[in-house]
Design a protein around this ligand. Sequence first.
Ligand code: ATP
Ligand code: MG
Length: 266
Amino acid sequence: MPAVHCLTPETQIVLANASTRGKDFHDNRDAAETEFVELRNELIHLQTALYAEGRQKLLVVLQAMDAGGKDGTIRHTFKGVNPQGVRVTSFKKPSSEELAHDFLWRIHQAVPGRGMIGVFNRSHYEDVLVVRVDSILPEDIWRPRYETINNFEKHLVDTGTTVLKFFLHISKKEQKERFQDRLDEPDKHWKFDQDDLHKRAQWNDYQHAFEDMLNNCTTEHAPWYLIPGDQKWYRNLAIMRVMVATLKNMNPRYPEADDLSGVEID
Ligand code: ATP
Ligand code: MG
């Protein structure tokens, strides 16, 4: 397992001290992109075996500031993977029906079944992020959720799900550039949301909330990976390495085939 970006329960991360740029592998973007494509081909084969085996489940959770690269990560890493075996869920503001239930109700319905890869674009962690920063609920409601989340993820792991959680860490400067791009390019206007500026104004509160999320919810069974996100090529390779190593470790096997030697087709 490439532990480079994997947090441990003992570490207390301070995001202001954590680099948003990758340093530890490939200064060379071309080499990184070549490795990325090779690994993606491996991912495609591993996913096919996972689906055929129909026993294990993989959940990939993505969290980041706006323009942090969640969408781009999904688009690049799963390109060419059989869509039938991957289910992406984007968690938006909860509906009134969702709000009428406990916060994990909608999450639990979206976790992957046997043989599937589930991808969460935002997740149950919004319930200790935006809910906290915007004071949607009081602290005595959101604070105990860290433990609730740890127990929930433990339950998923105990019932055959491998959980990978990636926090894409970008700088405030990089976010500004990406927002500016969205303003400058008409084809990207649809990605620009005025509300993102409101969230940008709360940058420090969000960084603090992310820190607590990373520090309180990195467990042995479901650690967070802290991914430097300013360079997209670095981010993609860092995540791809973890995903491929994890799937290799899960070691999905094609089911034993029946003896087909006597089978004839008219
Ligand atoms: P994009 O990056 O493409 O804009 P997005 O994930 O930002 O995608 P939006 O529809 O713009 O999608 O935003 C979803 C919004 O829903 C976010 O502002 C997020 O904070 C909010 N949200 C998600 N979960 C919750 C929750 N449990 N409670 C309150 N708000 C939530
Ligand atoms: Mg948005």
